[in-house]
Design a protein around this ligand. Structure first.
Ligand SMILES: Cc1cc2nc3c(=O)[nH]c(=O)nc-3n(C[C@H](O)[C@H](O)[C@H](O)COP(=O)(O)OP(=O)(O)OC[C@H]3O[C@@H](n4cnc5c(N)ncnc54)[C@H](O)[C@@H]3O)c2cc1C
Ligand code: SF4
Length: 517
């Protein structure tokens, strides 16, 4: 193989996968290095026990918390990255999320670009990922230059009633933006079969708009794009001046290989991108590559998330539940002037999922009630913004062991959002005393292991002293090094992060196309 490329992209998830799709038609010689393999299509893809209890698709990494306690992070090393498992809820950040926003616990800082600058890329991202949705119903919705490319996914009867009850109570539920290849007008020909194992599962029939399906595979149809699987980047080498990356060192099938690229893009996910940069320290960059600001690894965020199930006497036979969302409290409510966050549905819980969850499982397993509980559960996902804190950070030791130090913040609005939902249940035919917290996606007692929404660690900005990347996501200190995963986030907002990473990757792709000429 010719080991010199115009562009090397490390990581094929939401950021890297989208970028390669964007660059592929240019004819430039592009290499994707992906440490994972294809996610195997097998019956276990849709088996709740295999996925949620046995963690079949969680990679066997060990990270450490600030006290040195080891844990298995919820990371997914596959072509397509974490999007292989994602719930495909693709939201735009709100317009105000791009400005400085006062929260209960402090300031969520402004981004170096305004919403308007990203808006055209959000529209292109929604098109590329086949997002279903409906504008005009979400009171916090940012302006959009066009409609969603696909009709909203319909609510099943139980969720439609919840939608109607919420509306009757004066709230403003709206159809959740959903990236699945579903054609409800012609289900006989629809790629998506509308199944109950979507959110948190890989899609056996390749109908989820994940980065492998909508970005990497189409990019590979271009002869100038090469994907190397099971290829883990371990170090970036620079020229003697330290001004450009010259080589990517990778372990490919156990062997060390080097690759030269005119442009090198890191997109390993927020924690692993920071790790790679920190591990690439050299004489010119003694604290890690691009880390003259000492910001690499800092300001790690992952949302204050809560999964809760509400029990109702009435059964909930919903198959595809993630169709309703509520942003009425995103920026606060009467009596609480600070942002609280988003409420959305999560994939319908299934009995076997609870087996991996303590203390829920211990309480219910002997009674044989797990399946019964699932049948009566309506499942919600609450997200509140966690604020960037320089002490919430990724560090690595000489052997490459990753430590994730994290102290939660902004907990009061998180609790307010939970209390608010609880108080609303009376009007929704559910019982407030039966709002049960779940640790789905978090599977261990160490909450930081639930790093599905990890972001920050290499934030972008105009000021070289306070940011790692410039507004084009190029490292301030290197001429040819870019980062396009969620590391660049300055703040995380309170909606799911992928669409913003995807839109930004398209934006950076346009910049690179110009640069490459
Ligand atoms: C269960 C689950 C549900 C989710 N649901 C949603 C949702 O509904 N909506 C939403 O917006 N987001 C959701 N997310 C989050 C979303 O998947 C991530 O925000 C998104 O994938 C992040 O994109 P990324 O490019 O930063 O990283 P990733 O998509 O994780 O991609 C990183 C890639 O880099 C590779 N890699 C890592 N290190 C190296 C290395 N050293 N060398 C080579 N390759 C490397 C990894 O294997 C991976 O393929 C969910 C995540 C999970 C896990
Ligand atoms: S609901 Fe559709 S996209 Fe999701 S896993 Fe099932 S078939 Fe795939």
């Amino acid at each position: 193989m010719d080991k010199r490329f115009d562009v090397i992209i490390i990581g094929s998830g939401a950021g890297g996968g989208t970028l390669v799709r964007q660059l592929a038609p240019s004819g430039k010689n592009i290499l994707i290095l992906e440490r994972g393999d294809w996610l195997k299509r097998e019956v276990q893809n849709w088996d709740a026990t295999a996925v949620f209890v046995q963690n079949r698709y969680v990679s066997p990494d060990t990270w450490y918390d600030r006290d040195g306690i080891p844990f298995q992070p919820q990371v997914h090393y596959f072509v397509g990255g974490a999007t292989k498992m994602f719930g495909a809820a693709l939201y735009r950040l709100r317009q105000r999320d791009f400005g400085e926003l006062r929260h209960y616990d402090g300031i969520s800082p402004a981004w170096p670009i305004a919403y308007d600058e990203l808006e055209p890329y959000y529209t292109r991202a929604e098109q590329m990922y086949h997002v279903h949705g409906l504008r005009g119903h979400d009171p916090t919705e940012p302006p959009a230059s066009g409609p969603y490319p696909c009709e909203p996914v319909s609510n099943e009867p139980r969720i439609q009633r919840l939608f109607d009850d919420l509306t009757a109570a004066g709230y403003h539920p709206f159809p959740a933006p959903c990236a699945v290849m579903m054609d409800e007008q012609n289900m006989a020909y629809s790629t998506c079969i509308r199944c109950q194992t979507c959110d948190g599962f890989p899609c056996l029939v390749h109908a989820k708009s994940d980065a492998e399906i909508v970005a990497v595979r189409p990019a590979l149809e271009f002869p100038n794009v090469t994907l190397l699987r099971n290829a883990k980047a371990v170090k970036l080498e620079t020229n003697t001046e330290g001004t450009a990356v010259t080589e990517v060192v990778a372990e490919v099938g156990g062997e060390r290989e080097t690759f030269r690229g005119d442009i090198v893009v890191v997109s390993c996910g927020a924690a692993n991108t920071a790790k790679l940069l920190l591990m690439s320290a050299n004489d010119k960059h003694p604290n890690g590559l691009a880390n003259g600001s000492d910001q690499v690894g800092r300001n790690y965020m992952f949302h204050n998330s809560q999964a809760v199930l509400a029990i109702s006497h009435e059964p909930n036979p919903t198959i595809f539940q993630k169709t309703l969302s509520l942003n009425d409290f995103y920026f606060g409510m009467d009596g609480f002037e600070y942002p609280m966050g988003n409420i959305q549905m999560i994939g319908k819980s299934l009995g076997p999922m609870y087996r991996g969850e303590q203390p829920l499982a211990t309480a219910l397993l002997p009674t044989g009630l797990l399946g019964d509980l699932a049948h009566h559960a309506v499942d919600f996902w609450l997200s509140t913004e966690d604020l960037p804190d320089p002490e919430n950070r990724v560090t690595v030791d000489r052997s490459g062991n990753l430590t994730l130090s994290y102290t939660p913040n902004n907990q009061v609005p998180k609790q307010k959002l939970y209390d608010k939902l609880k108080s609303m249940l009376h009007h929704l035919g559910m019982h407030p005393e039966h709002l049960i917290p779940r640790n789905i996606y978090m599977k261990t007692d160490i909450p930081i292991a639930g790093c599905a929404h990890q972001a920050g660690t290499c934030r972008f900005g105009a000021d070289v002293k306070t940011s790692v990347l410039d507004p084009n996501c190029k490292a301030h200190e290197l001429d040819n090094l870019y980062v396009v995963d969620t590391s660049f986030f300055v703040s995380i907002g309170a909606v799911n992060p992928s669409l913003t990473a995807i839109a930004n990757a398209i934006r950076v792709g346009d910049h690179l196309l110009q640069r490459l000429g």
